[in-house]
Design a protein around this ligand. Structure first.
Ligand code: TXA
Ligand code: MG
Length: 349
């Protein structure tokens, strides 16, 4: 298949392109598009045949449901009911990086929900995504626009790398602002539960309802018969080709430990990548050193994380050593993705 690639200016996007891309979605095709979290791979959420193509293009397991993206608050036709807490969260955080799980209506294809009776819905902030949804005239089911298992793409080049030749359209241009996938809150249970941490932090959610909590299963090493509430959280995920190890504990000790591990790898001729921060990057040597950003600005770390993981693949390192972050605020989402990309391989310093 020939993939059309169109670069768009987020603040002044070419309406003609978005109209054509919308028509492709409406007609059952696939379009990769930017959102404020990561790039999405979209299809008509109401059309099971169209949505099946997403699973094929990504190589995604069939039991992993997709998020439905909307451009206006009238979502009554997609759900059985809107719980009062969901209404409050929508009003506060939409458009933005927050997905709400509700009971689905029969309008939404079973393929989109992977057979579940619930559906995740979110309203993206990026104007390109918004106009695309409006032009498509249907809600858009979209997972992250990567080959299943790889880190989610946060710029158009990474979408092209993964999906060129497999889908009709790739549109976008600018880097995603958040860089990590949306926060998911299950609003079908009391109290509501965070199934995946993201740019809307637990602290922010608790300002609306202080009973909201994070599914404890997602931050620790999965047990054998582990069944997270978000099916996708059980897969090895966000993973570059090289194995990732997280070095946790006091930062000074971590730096020393990382230098020690680097030496061990060098001794056996291995190429090491280090995920450092602005505060520590000058304290390492003999490795490919990349800073994720400043520890004083965890949003910058989140924004760069997936891109840095992919850059280490390009550099063909044999192993990636990462510093850890405090699990507070945005640090929860960062550590969730890091732990999953490392397959929970954590070394205490
Ligand atoms: O930021 C995002 O959410 C991005 C952009 C494109 O919007 N999308 C995204 O989709 O991250 P994906 O497919 O990579 O991740 C969706 C996650 C999976 O872990 C899936 O299991 C969970 O959401 N999920 C979707 N529907 C669900 C449901 N009904 N119940 C529980 N978990 C659900
Ligand atoms: Mg994904």
């Amino acid at each position: 298949m020939i993939t059309k690639i169109e670069f768009l200016d987020k603040d002044k996007p070419n309406k003609e392109v978005l109209k054509k891309a919308g028509e492709v979605i409406y007609a059952g095709g696939l379009v990769a598009f930017p959102t404020e979290t990561v790039y999405g791979l979209g299809a008509n959420a109401l059309d099971g045949e169209a949505v099946k193509k997403i699973f094929i293009a990504k190589g995604r397991p069939q039991d992993n449901p997709l998020i439905v993206h909307v451009a206006d608050y009238n979502i009554d036709y997609l759900v059985k009911e809107i719980p009062p807490i969901a209404k409050k969260l929508m009003e506060k955080f939409w458009p933005g990086p927050l997905t709400l799980i509700m009971k689905k209506s029969s309008e939404v294809s079973e393929v989109t929900s992977a057979g579940l009776d619930t559906i995740g819905i979110r309203m993206p902030l990026n104007p390109v995504a918004n106009i695309l949804i409006k032009e498509a005239k249907v809600p858009i089911a979209a997972p992250s626009a990567n080959i299943s298992g790889r880190p989610s793409p946060t710029d158009i080049e990474r979408c092209i790398e993964d999906l060129k030749g497999k889908i009709e359209y790739i549109i976008g241009g600018e880097k995603c602002g958040v860089g990590l996938e949306s926060t998911i809150v299950d609003c079908t249970i009391e109290p509501p539960c965070v199934l995946r941490p993201g740019g809307v932090t637990l602290e922010m959610l608790r300002e609306i309802d202080d009973r909201i909590y994070i599914d404890p299963a997602i931050m620790k090493k999965p047990e054998k018969d582990f069944k997270p509430k978000a099916p996708g959280m059980k897969y090895r995920h966000y993973a570059p080709k090289a194995p990732v190890k997280i070095i946790s504990g006091d930062l000074k000790k971590s730096v020393a430990k990382i230098n020690e591990i680097v030496q061990n790898y060098i001794d056996v001729d291995k190429k090491v990548g280090i995920m450092a921060t602005d505060e520590t990057k000058n304290q390492y040597s003999n490795a490919v050193i990349k800073s994720l950003g400043s520890r004083n600005d965890l949003y910058s770390v989140g924004k760069n994380l997936f891109e840095v993981l992919r850059e280490f693949d390009d550099e063909k390192v044999d192993v990636i050593l990462s510093e850890a972050f405090e699990e507070k605020g945005m640090g929860v989402a960062i550590m969730n993705r890091l732990k999953k990309s490392a397959g929970f391989d954590i070394v205490e310093s």
